[in-house]
Design a protein around this ligand. Structure first.
Ligand code: MG
Length: 156
C-alpha cells in the first residue's frame, strides 16, 4: 500500500531548524508547537495514510501541551509502532524537501541514516531529495519550508 504526506511550517529568525531529525545550521527556523520538523511530519502522514490510520493532527493535536516543543522523532516512533500493531511495516520512503536556503546537501546523508534507523529500514530504502522554490511563492520568499513524502508499506 502507498501513502502520501505533506507539511509546511512558517520560518522565523532566531528559531531552530530541525529537518529529518537533524539540527540544521540556519538563521531561520520553524515556528511550531513541536520542533516543526516538516520532513518527519510529512513522513508520519504518509505512513498513517498508507495504513488508513488517520493523520498526524488526529494522533498529536497541536493543542495538547504534552507535544509542546516535542522532538518529532517521538511522532515517527509512535507511527512505526502503530503500523506494527496493525500488521504493517514500511518498505521504502521517498521525501522531497522544498527549502530556499540553506543548502541541505551536507545534511542529507545524516537525515537518511536517521530516518532509516527510526523506521528500521536499510539506508538505500530511504530517499531524501531537496529543491529550492526558484525564489517564488512562500517557500521562495523564505516565509516557510515544506516537505512531501510518499511511502510504501507491506504486511509483516
Ligand atoms: Mg507539521
Amino acid at each position: 500500500m502507498v501513502g502520501i504526506g505533506y507539511d509546511v511550517h512558517k520560518l522565523q529568525e532566531g528559531e531552530s531548524l530541525v529537518l529529518g531529525g537533524i539540527d540544521i545550521d540556519s538563521p531561520l527556523g520553524t515556528i511550531a508547537h513541536s520542533d516543526g520538523d516538516v520532513i518527519l511530519h510529512a513522513l508520519c502522514d504518509a505512513l498513517f495514510g498508507a495504513a488508513g490510520l488517520g493523520d498526524i493532527g488526529e494522533h498529536f493535536p497541536d493543542t495538547d501541551p504534552r507535544f509542546k516543543n516535542a522532538p518529532s522523532k517521538v511522532f515517527l516512533e509512535y507511527a512505526i509502532v502503530l503500523l506494527k500493531e496493525h500488521g504493517y511495516k514500511p518498505v521504502n520512503i521517498d521525501i522531497s524537501l522544498i527549502l530556499e536556503a540553506p543548502k541541505i546537501k551536507p545534511y542529507k546523508d545524516a537525515m537518511r541514516k536517521e530516518i532509516a534507523s527510526l523506521c528500521n529500514l536499510p539506508y538505500q530504502r530511504v530517499s531524501v531529495k531537496a529543491t529550492t522554490n526558484e525564489k517564488i511563492g512562500f517557500a521562495g520568499r523564505l516565509e516557510g519550508v515544506a516537505a512531501m513524502c510518499v511511502c510504501m508499506i507491506e504486511s509483516i
